[in-house]
Design a protein around this ligand. Structure first.
Ligand code: NAD
Ligand code: DAU
Length: 353
């Protein structure tokens, strides 16, 4: 079949990547979507069961740190575009073992940039390298202020420093070699298929299993939460209508102190489980803070809203309820990812904290 475009999506078996792959495979049947993923602990092909047999979808088990594998993939498919999500994504893991973040997030990104550059040579028309980044590159805010696209980079964790480095490499390849690039920097995502090392699925899972809910410090840190489907929609819009060389911030306009969000999750989950409302709050356990814990993130996404007409969906509490429903009714998904190595990680991360 002749495809109108061939797009490489990296990290498509992960949380956000699987939503992006699903959206592109279903909404763009005339594109070939190749999902390249190493399948680390965070990558799970179960996330994509509903699209795996579609004609316009291919999976390639690829480690982006391997230059040969990345080059081979470009030689085979002659991609028109890249949407790059593959990364080590968990801040706590970047504190306990930073090396993998340097390899995947920095070296992996450079391997992809080199492969795109060589494959596209100087014929850049209709080509795009779209790099998915995070609001954490801007650092940490006090109680005032918000991140715009002009906010200077000030990453604080090994994770955010590795993402910032990759953003700089992407911009440098645009400036030096002319390769068309776009970067978007998004706030905290929530929704189905998120690995339960991250706050929201971890809290739901621990409530369900009557386990302590670890709250770092006093739970005063603030995050700006966005539904993953809104992020996938923004990525689709930006890929097709964003301006090359530009950066777009993506955020939920939805800031919550961790402790308030956790209490809300207790109320919703208790109701769904038929427990007395909020009874799970007794599981809340204040633990030693994350080293260097960023206090507050807040994203100004007005550029994206004005230029491309994107908006985050309004009713956060209803969407959070849907998310709780998803984790409670997909207990086999949760049990599969909670078993094995994850148990060891959990013990090493939380025992003695
Ligand atoms: P995730 O950890 O759920 O998934 C990452 C995926 O990348 C996994 O499928 C994993 O197998 C794959 N991967 C890891 N190392 C690889 C390698 N060397 N080669 C190939 N594949 C590899 O992450 P996520 O939360 O879905 O985040 C996706 C992207 O979005 C990341 O770049 C992250 O920095 C960014 N981001 C995430 C959030 C968030 O709230 N989760 C917010 C903003 C930006
Ligand atoms: O802001 C975007 C970023 O959001 C992404 O770039 C990252 O990939 C993603 O992991 C996320 O980073 P955070 O560190 O904000 O997410 P996490 O879910 O790990 O933590 C959210 C907040 O909850 C943070 O303030 C730390 C706190 N927390 C987290 C865990 C796992 C707890 O209090 N207890 C916990 O057990």
């Amino acid at each position: 079949m002749n495809y109108r475009k061939k797009i490489l999506i990296t990290g498509g078996a992960g949380f956000i990547g699987s939503h992006v792959v699903r959206r592109f495979v279903n909404n763009h049947p005339d594109y070939l979507i190749v999902n390249a993923d190493k399948l680390t602990y965070a990558g799970n092909l179960e996330n994509l069961k509903d699209v795996e047999s579609k004609n316009n979808y291919l999976f390639s088990k690829t480690d982006i740190v391997s230059k040969e594998s990345v080059t081979g993939l470009f030689n085979k498919h002659e991609f028109d575009g890249v949407i790059h999500l593959a990364a080590e994504s968990h801040v706590d893991r970047s504190i306990s073992s930073p090396d993998e973040f340097v390899f995947t997030n920095i070296v992996g990104t450079v391997n992809l940039l080199n492969a795109a550059l060589h494959s596209w040579k100087d014929a850049f028309e209709d080509k795009l390298f779209y790099h998915i980044s995070t609001d954490e590159v801007y650092g940490s805010l006090g109680s005032e202020g918000t991140f715009t696209e002009e906010t200077p980079y000030d990453p604080k964790s090994p994770y955010s420093a590795s993402k910032a480095s990759s953003d700089h490499m992407v911009r440098a390849y645009n400036h030096t070699f002319g390769i068309p690039v776009i970067i978007s920097n998004c706030s905290n995502n929530y929704g189905p298929n998120q690995f339960p090392e991250k706050l929201i699925p971890l809290v739901i899972s621990n409530i369900k299993n009557n386990k302590p809910i670890p709250v770092y410090g006093r739970g005063e840190n603030v995050r700006d939460w966005l539904c993953v489907k809104d992020h996938a929609l923004a990525i689709d819009l930006i890929y097709h209508r964003g301006r090359s060389g530009e950066t777009y911030n993506i955020g939920g306009n939805n800031e919550w102190k961790n402790i308030d969000l956790i209490r809300l999750l207790c109320r919703i989950t208790d109701k769904k489980l038929g427990r007395s409302p909020g009874s799970s709050e007794k599981l809340i356990s204040f633990v030693k803070d994350r080293p260097g814990h960023d206090l507050r993130y807040s994203i100004d996404s007005s550029k994206l809203q004005k230029e491309l007409g994107w908006e985050p969906a309004p009713d956060f509490e209803a969407l959070l309820e849907n998310t709780v429903d998803w984790y409670l009714s997909n207990s086999s998904w949760l049990e599969n990812v909670l078993s094995g190595d994850y148990e060891k990680y959990y013990d090493s991360m939380y025992s003695g904290r």
